[in-house]
Design a protein around this ligand. Sequence first.
Ligand code: 5GP
Length: 191
Amino acid sequence: MKLLQDRIIEDGNVKSGNVLKVDNFLNHQMDIELFNEIGKEFKRIFSECSINKILTIEASGIGIACITAQYFNAPVVFAKKAQSINIDGDVYSTKIESFTHKKTYDVIVSKKFISPEDRVLIIDDFLANGCALAGLIDIVRSAGATVEGIGIVIEKGFQNGGDIIRNMGVRLESLAIVESMDAENGTIEFR
Ligand code: 5GP
């Protein structure tokens, strides 16, 4: 997606530790016009799929998922990061290691909000090592529902998440794939 790549070049900030900061338009301040184009693009890519639910994870996925959901006329469910003491039998839960915070979270979705007949599109802002996506796929499959596809805004192609998730036999589409980036001189190359 050219518009997105241009924006990453213009406003993205390469940090050490393989972190790309896009706080200006995606992760803190949100450019809703751009989000709209992202939502339209996901709809175009997954137009053949019958999707009746969108699943994301708090916090950064929520905004993109909500705008995207308008194009699918589907509700959004977001997985919540929980304290383990709160986990009871009414929720699906999985463990996710956060790439940016280096911390493991229990993540939950109420059983009320995913059922076997659901055909789910998973949406997230970034794909790095694939831990967040693997957790979300686990939740959908625990519910007996189907993962119709995964839409990612920015995939860091030099990390292994893309391969891991594609090897699980799930359709994964990323709107921008960063092939390499350099914290020293700030350069970003796309696949
Ligand atoms: P993964 O589970 O694939 O290792 O990491 C995905 C999650 O980590 C995303 O939900 C995103 O919030 C966060 N993340 C991973 N890499 C980056 C990055 O380079 N920049 C930002 N802003 N978030 C990232």
